[in-house]
Design a protein around this ligand. Sequence first.
Ligand SMILES: Nc1ncnc2c1ncn2[C@@H]1O[C@H](COP(=O)(O)OP(=O)(O)O)[C@@H](O)[C@H]1O
Ligand SMILES: [Mg+2]
Length: 242
Amino acid sequence: MIKQQLTSKNYTPFVEEIEKYFSQSDIVLQDDRNTIKEVEFNSKAFVIKSYKVPNAINSFIYTYLKKSKAWRAYEYGLKISKFTPKVIARVEYFQPLLKQSYLVCEKFDADFNMQTPLFKQHPDKNILLKQFAQFVLELHNNNIIHHDLSPGNVLIKKNKRGYKFQIIDINRMIFKVPKVKERAQNFSKLWASDEDLTTILKTYAEVANLDSNFVSMGLAYNQRNKDRKNRKLKIKKALGLC
Ligand SMILES: Nc1ncnc2c1ncn2[C@@H]1O[C@H](COP(=O)(O)OP(=O)(O)O)[C@@H](O)[C@H]1O
Ligand SMILES: [Mg+2]
Protein backbone atom coordinates (compact mmCIF):
# COMPACT_ATOMS: atom_id res chain seq x y z
CA MET A 1 0.00 0.00 0.00
CA ILE A 2 1.14 3.54 -0.74
CA LYS A 3 0.11 6.55 1.31
CA GLN A 4 0.86 9.95 -0.05
CA GLN A 5 0.00 13.57 0.34
CA LEU A 6 1.04 16.44 -1.87
CA THR A 7 0.63 20.18 -1.76
CA SER A 8 -0.49 20.51 -5.37
CA LYS A 9 -1.87 18.23 -8.11
CA ASN A 10 0.88 19.60 -10.37
CA TYR A 11 3.31 17.34 -8.54
CA THR A 12 1.35 14.15 -9.22
CA PRO A 13 3.58 12.95 -12.11
CA PHE A 14 6.62 13.62 -9.91
CA VAL A 15 5.31 11.89 -6.81
CA GLU A 16 3.94 8.87 -8.71
CA GLU A 17 7.46 8.24 -10.00
CA ILE A 18 9.32 9.25 -6.88
CA GLU A 19 11.39 6.06 -6.65
CA LYS A 20 12.54 6.51 -10.23
CA TYR A 21 13.45 10.17 -9.68
CA PHE A 22 15.29 9.23 -6.52
CA SER A 23 17.28 6.30 -7.89
CA GLN A 24 18.17 8.05 -11.14
CA SER A 25 19.67 11.12 -9.48
CA ASP A 26 23.35 11.03 -8.70
CA ILE A 27 23.42 14.33 -6.83
CA VAL A 28 23.74 12.92 -3.33
CA LEU A 29 23.56 15.67 -0.69
CA GLN A 30 23.97 13.28 2.23
CA ASP A 31 24.15 9.53 2.66
CA ASP A 32 24.24 8.67 6.30
CA ARG A 33 21.29 7.29 8.26
CA ASN A 34 18.98 8.77 5.65
CA THR A 35 19.79 9.50 2.02
CA ILE A 36 19.17 12.94 0.58
CA LYS A 37 19.33 13.59 -3.15
CA GLU A 38 18.67 16.52 -5.41
CA VAL A 39 16.38 15.96 -8.40
CA GLU A 40 14.87 18.07 -11.15
CA PHE A 41 11.20 18.24 -12.02
CA ASN A 42 9.74 20.73 -14.52
CA SER A 43 13.13 22.48 -14.65
CA LYS A 44 13.14 23.15 -10.92
CA ALA A 45 15.42 21.73 -8.23
CA PHE A 46 13.90 19.63 -5.46
CA VAL A 47 15.32 17.60 -2.62
CA ILE A 48 14.11 14.09 -1.83
CA LYS A 49 14.86 12.68 1.60
CA SER A 50 14.62 8.92 1.82
CA TYR A 51 14.34 7.89 5.45
CA LYS A 52 16.20 4.86 6.73
CA VAL A 53 13.88 1.85 6.69
CA PRO A 54 12.86 1.39 10.33
CA ASN A 55 13.53 -1.82 12.23
CA ALA A 56 10.61 -4.22 12.76
CA ILE A 57 9.45 -2.67 16.03
CA ASN A 58 9.51 0.90 14.74
CA SER A 59 7.95 -0.20 11.47
CA PHE A 60 5.05 -1.60 13.46
CA ILE A 61 4.81 1.59 15.53
CA TYR A 62 4.88 3.82 12.42
CA THR A 63 2.28 1.65 10.70
CA TYR A 64 -0.28 1.41 13.51
CA LEU A 65 0.50 3.82 16.31
CA LYS A 66 2.50 6.87 15.30
CA LYS A 67 2.96 9.10 12.29
CA SER A 68 6.19 8.35 10.42
CA LYS A 69 9.09 10.80 10.35
CA ALA A 70 8.28 11.72 6.74
CA TRP A 71 4.66 12.37 7.67
CA ARG A 72 5.56 14.53 10.67
CA ALA A 73 8.20 16.48 8.74
CA TYR A 74 5.62 17.13 6.00
CA GLU A 75 2.96 18.34 8.44
CA TYR A 76 5.41 20.48 10.38
CA GLY A 77 6.80 21.91 7.15
CA LEU A 78 3.34 23.16 6.22
CA LYS A 79 2.95 24.65 9.67
CA ILE A 80 6.25 26.54 9.73
CA SER A 81 6.45 27.36 6.03
CA LYS A 82 8.27 30.65 6.59
CA PHE A 83 11.20 28.95 8.27
CA THR A 84 11.86 25.83 6.18
CA PRO A 85 12.20 24.97 2.47
CA LYS A 86 8.70 24.54 1.03
CA VAL A 87 7.42 21.00 1.50
CA ILE A 88 5.96 19.35 -1.58
CA ALA A 89 4.97 15.81 -0.67
CA ARG A 90 5.32 12.80 1.56
CA VAL A 91 5.18 9.25 0.25
CA GLU A 92 5.15 6.07 2.31
CA TYR A 93 5.30 2.45 1.19
CA PHE A 94 3.76 -0.27 3.35
CA GLN A 95 4.17 -4.03 2.80
CA PRO A 96 2.20 -4.34 5.06
CA LEU A 97 4.44 -2.51 7.59
CA LEU A 98 6.15 0.78 6.76
CA LYS A 99 9.22 0.31 4.58
CA GLN A 100 10.39 3.20 2.39
CA SER A 101 9.31 6.75 3.16
CA TYR A 102 10.12 9.97 1.37
CA LEU A 103 9.83 13.68 1.96
CA VAL A 104 10.03 16.03 -0.99
CA CYS A 105 10.92 19.72 -0.52
CA GLU A 106 12.01 22.58 -2.65
CA LYS A 107 15.75 22.97 -2.73
CA PHE A 108 17.03 25.87 -0.67
CA ASP A 109 20.09 27.13 -2.46
CA ALA A 110 22.17 27.57 0.66
CA ASP A 111 25.68 28.98 0.64
CA PHE A 112 26.65 27.12 3.82
CA ASN A 113 25.20 25.88 7.11
CA MET A 114 25.84 26.78 10.77
CA GLN A 115 28.93 24.54 10.78
CA THR A 116 30.76 27.28 8.89
CA PRO A 117 30.57 30.07 11.50
CA LEU A 118 30.92 27.58 14.36
CA PHE A 119 33.74 25.34 13.15
CA LYS A 120 35.30 26.95 10.09
CA GLN A 121 36.49 30.41 9.12
CA HIS A 122 34.03 33.07 8.01
CA PRO A 123 34.62 36.83 7.75
CA ASP A 124 31.10 37.47 9.09
CA LYS A 125 31.34 34.92 11.87
CA ASN A 126 30.20 37.29 14.61
CA ILE A 127 27.34 38.70 12.56
CA LEU A 128 26.23 35.16 11.73
CA LEU A 129 26.25 34.08 15.37
CA LYS A 130 24.18 37.12 16.33
CA GLN A 131 21.75 36.73 13.45
CA PHE A 132 21.39 33.04 14.27
CA ALA A 133 20.43 33.99 17.83
CA GLN A 134 17.77 36.32 16.47
CA PHE A 135 16.53 33.67 14.07
CA VAL A 136 16.09 31.16 16.90
CA LEU A 137 14.33 33.84 18.94
CA GLU A 138 11.97 34.41 16.03
CA LEU A 139 11.23 30.66 15.97
CA HIS A 140 10.59 30.71 19.72
CA ASN A 141 8.39 33.79 19.43
CA ASN A 142 6.35 31.84 16.90
CA ASN A 143 6.06 29.00 19.43
CA ILE A 144 8.40 26.73 17.47
CA ILE A 145 11.07 24.62 19.15
CA HIS A 146 13.28 22.60 16.80
CA HIS A 147 14.37 19.59 18.81
CA ASP A 148 17.20 18.75 16.47
CA LEU A 149 18.87 22.14 16.27
CA SER A 150 22.29 20.94 15.14
CA PRO A 151 24.58 23.09 12.95
CA GLY A 152 23.92 20.93 9.85
CA ASN A 153 20.19 21.51 10.22
CA VAL A 154 20.47 25.28 9.84
CA LEU A 155 20.98 26.37 6.23
CA ILE A 156 22.13 29.90 5.39
CA LYS A 157 22.03 31.95 2.24
CA LYS A 158 23.47 35.38 1.71
CA ASN A 159 21.17 37.78 -0.07
CA LYS A 160 21.12 41.53 -0.71
CA ARG A 161 19.59 42.32 2.67
CA GLY A 162 21.81 40.03 4.73
CA TYR A 163 21.59 36.37 5.64
CA LYS A 164 18.53 34.18 5.31
CA PHE A 165 18.25 31.22 7.70
CA GLN A 166 16.14 28.10 7.21
CA ILE A 167 15.78 24.99 9.35
CA ILE A 168 15.56 21.45 7.97
CA ASP A 169 15.31 17.93 9.42
CA ILE A 170 12.09 18.97 11.09
CA ASN A 171 10.42 15.74 12.17
CA ARG A 172 11.14 16.51 15.84
CA MET A 173 9.53 19.79 16.78
CA ILE A 174 7.44 21.09 19.63
CA PHE A 175 4.89 23.84 19.28
CA LYS A 176 4.33 25.79 22.47
CA VAL A 177 5.31 29.01 24.19
CA PRO A 178 8.80 28.03 25.36
CA LYS A 179 9.75 28.53 28.99
CA VAL A 180 13.02 30.40 29.62
CA LYS A 181 14.63 27.08 30.51
CA GLU A 182 13.53 25.54 27.21
CA ARG A 183 14.81 28.56 25.31
CA ALA A 184 18.26 28.16 26.88
CA GLN A 185 18.23 24.39 26.43
CA ASN A 186 17.47 24.67 22.73
CA PHE A 187 21.08 25.66 21.96
CA SER A 188 22.69 22.55 23.43
CA LYS A 189 22.99 20.51 20.25
CA LEU A 190 25.21 23.03 18.50
CA TRP A 191 28.55 21.72 19.83
CA ALA A 192 29.57 25.38 19.92
CA SER A 193 32.60 26.56 21.88
CA ASP A 194 31.76 28.38 25.12
CA GLU A 195 32.92 31.61 23.50
CA ASP A 196 30.65 31.30 20.47
CA LEU A 197 27.75 30.05 22.53
CA THR A 198 28.16 33.03 24.86
CA THR A 199 27.87 35.40 21.88
CA ILE A 200 24.71 33.59 20.75
CA LEU A 201 23.10 33.45 24.20
CA LYS A 202 23.99 37.06 25.04
CA THR A 203 22.42 38.30 21.82
CA TYR A 204 19.31 36.21 22.42
CA ALA A 205 19.02 37.49 26.01
CA GLU A 206 19.49 41.12 24.94
CA VAL A 207 16.90 41.00 22.18
CA ALA A 208 14.45 38.94 24.25
CA ASN A 209 14.96 41.14 27.32
CA LEU A 210 16.14 38.35 29.56
CA ASP A 211 18.70 38.77 32.36
CA SER A 212 22.29 37.55 32.11
CA ASN A 213 21.37 34.41 34.01
CA PHE A 214 20.18 33.13 30.65
CA VAL A 215 23.77 32.92 29.40
CA SER A 216 24.99 30.76 32.28
CA MET A 217 21.88 28.61 32.02
CA GLY A 218 22.50 27.97 28.31
CA LEU A 219 26.19 27.23 28.90
CA ALA A 220 25.34 24.74 31.64
CA TYR A 221 22.80 22.90 29.46
CA ASN A 222 25.32 22.80 26.65
CA GLN A 223 28.02 21.33 28.90
CA ARG A 224 25.60 18.74 30.24
CA ASN A 225 24.71 17.66 26.72
CA LYS A 226 28.38 17.48 25.65
CA ASP A 227 29.25 15.40 28.75
CA ARG A 228 26.36 13.03 28.11
CA LYS A 229 27.32 12.55 24.45
CA ASN A 230 31.00 12.03 25.32
CA ARG A 231 30.08 9.47 27.98
CA LYS A 232 27.94 7.57 25.46
CA LEU A 233 30.79 7.66 22.93
CA LYS A 234 33.25 6.29 25.51
CA ILE A 235 30.90 3.42 26.36
CA LYS A 236 30.38 2.64 22.67
CA LYS A 237 34.14 2.67 22.08
CA ALA A 238 34.73 0.42 25.09
CA LEU A 239 32.17 -2.03 23.70
CA GLY A 240 33.84 -1.88 20.29
CA LEU A 241 30.69 -0.47 18.70
CA CYS A 242 32.51 2.36 16.97
N1 LIG B 1 15.51 21.44 1.21
C1 LIG B 1 16.84 21.38 1.13
N2 LIG B 1 17.51 22.26 0.36
C2 LIG B 1 18.85 22.19 0.25
N3 LIG B 1 19.62 21.28 0.87
C3 LIG B 1 19.02 20.37 1.65
C4 LIG B 1 17.60 20.36 1.83
N4 LIG B 1 17.27 19.34 2.65
C5 LIG B 1 18.43 18.74 2.97
N5 LIG B 1 19.48 19.35 2.38
C6 LIG B 1 20.90 18.95 2.48
O1 LIG B 1 21.01 17.62 2.93
C7 LIG B 1 21.66 17.57 4.20
C8 LIG B 1 20.99 16.55 5.10
O2 LIG B 1 19.62 16.81 5.28
P1 LIG B 1 18.87 16.42 6.62
O3 LIG B 1 17.41 16.55 6.39
O4 LIG B 1 19.44 17.20 7.76
O5 LIG B 1 19.25 14.87 6.76
P2 LIG B 1 19.78 13.99 7.97
O6 LIG B 1 18.57 13.39 8.61
O7 LIG B 1 20.64 12.95 7.33
O8 LIG B 1 20.56 14.88 8.90
C9 LIG B 1 21.60 18.99 4.74
O9 LIG B 1 22.66 19.30 5.60
C10 LIG B 1 21.64 19.81 3.47
O10 LIG B 1 22.98 19.95 3.02
MG1 LIG C 1 20.25 16.75 9.62
